[in-house]
Design a protein around this ligand. Sequence first.
Ligand code: OSB
Ligand code: MG
Length: 370
Amino acid sequence: MRITKVTIRKMKMRMKETFSTSFGTMQDKHFLLLEVYDELGNSGWGESVAFDAPWYTEETVETSLHMLSDFLIPLLLGKEISHPDQVGNLFSPIRGNNMAKASIEGAIWDLYAKRKGISLAEALGGQRERIEVGISIGIQKDLAGLIDKVQRYLEEGYKRIKVKIKPGADVDVLRGLRSAFPDVPLMADANSAYSLGDIDLLKQLDDFGLLMIEQPLAHDDIVDHAVLQKQLKTPICLDESIHSVEDVRKAVELGSTKVINVKIGRVGGLSEAKRIHDYCMEKGVPVWCGGMLEAGIGRAHNIALTSLPNFTLPGDTAGSSHYWKKDIIEPEVIVTDGYITVPTASGIGFTPNLRTIEEFMTDIWHFRED
Ligand code: OSB
Ligand code: MG
């Protein structure tokens, strides 16, 4: 297929609830939608996951827009592509900027699957008909409020509870939760809020039977995590530290991690996400799909990826209505008894709702081959 045109839509959607991590609080989700056209007029959709400020990785919505407009899209326009795995080669002159790369690579995967008349899940080698879903809960004002929320999500069927922690809101929160819910699959995500100096505190978390602790130490570390893992019973799961299958290999060889949170944006796209999946499967390291508070297009990509066999742990892929009053796809993503059915229609298997997209769109750009 030949890439003849790319449309970028800039979006702003208000989340139903604010989301707080060890870094701060988010209410509005700014992101880009990528629509990539082939010579036959088919199009595929992707969603960028960088936030409006660079607290999670160095990328932002504006850096993604710059990289796409000035570097990535010019490398793609007019190119013949027979498989989305080739996009990585086309982008190889460009360092980093994984979220920008992933947003358009995802659109090409959707387009590729649509041309073949198969689902994105099938194009990726996915096998699962439905996926298990967990929920990620931001830092709450008080323990009572958190317990109420957890109770509600368990009633909705979510299969695993993840809570954000930070210094000052950690051991007591987890102790309180564990005593309220003795058997619930529970984990904590620190978003890099600790250092090895906190090792005595982190060791106390071993008392709570957590499934794992996600990214306790620095966002760019894999060495100290190995030191910490040797002293913890709780498995460490790396999130921020992982940008490629090479990062995973090094972290696994060092003993820095026992589980990997795969985010398509952070690792530069679905092709690299699949390589991470395959490597981890061979090494017996379970993976799960992380979330970036995506709207429907990004969520659809996450669901397709999670259908691969080594995604054996519930992901942060909650239903549309958890985040949005109205999502931008039809049907919306629905969680039933803690499961999402993997769509079988071609491509991402959900239809972008152009009317809703226009409602939340703040700008649009078109790029054409010369
Ligand atoms: O660390 O996994 C994270 C949200 C924003 C940035 C980073 C993270 C998260 C989440 C929420 O945990 C996942 C979701 O519900 O999309
Ligand atoms: Mg995380």
